[in-house]
Ligand binder design. Structure first.
Ligand code: ADP
Length: 167
């Protein structure tokens, strides 16, 4: 598997699947989530509502992942995953690693060969960038997957540098 880094906007990536740093409601939010729903159009939210009405009545749990259409985005699917909120008193790194692992598992089930990830939990959920990058790179490297390319899409130079240090 190739691991690549791009500084940019995840909604512009031409990949099979784009991963959304969602929240458990699946009803949209700020950051990556807001950008994906804005650029992807209403079909994504419609599918999220259908998921809430069926298998995910209580929402998507932290560390889990589920796919919808990508709507108007230049991707085929959005894989929604819920990162943990960073905590000083509790080690939640296993949940953060799970987001990457579970997203790749869903990607493989879909037959996605190329998958773009944002730096999950490093925005509104306040995870320190260097630590989040370490966990992300390790989780992806250790994943046993048929996905051919994992592309980390970092919004700014600081996040890009943090991931570059880990590679
Ligand atoms: P979380 O709630 O998991 O912390 P956020 O969406 O708030 O998720 O932020 C995750 C990371 O994504 C942050 O580093 C943020 O700067 C970055 N980010 C925000 N918008 C975009 C975007 N359009 N493309 C790529 N990364 C983005």
């Amino acid at each position: 598997m190739d691991i690549t880094l791009v500084q940019g906007d995840i909604t512009e990536q031409q990949v099979d699947a784009v991963v959304n740093a969602a929240n458990s409601s699946l009803m949209g939010g700020g950051g990556v989530d807001g950008a994906i729903h804005r650029r992807g159009g209403p079909r994504i939210l419609e599918e999220c509502r259908a998921l809430r009405a069926s298998r995910y009545g209580r929402g998507l749990q932290t560390g889990q992942a589920v796919a919808t259409t990508a709507g108007l985005l230049p991707a085929r699917w959005v894989i929604h995953t819920v990162g943990p909120v960073h905590s000083e008193s509790e080690d939640r790194s296993g949940l953060l690693a799970s987001c990457y692992r579970e997203s790749l598992r869903v990607a493989e089930l879909l037959g996605a060969a190329t998958v773009a990830f944002p730096a999950i939990s490093t925005g509104i959920y306040r995870w320190p960038l260097d630590d989040a990058a370490r966990i992300a790179v390790q989780a992806v490297r250790e994943a046993d997957t048929s996905v051919a390319e994992v592309r980390f899409v970092l919004f700014d130079a600081g996040a890009y540098a943090a991931f570059e240090r880990q590679l």
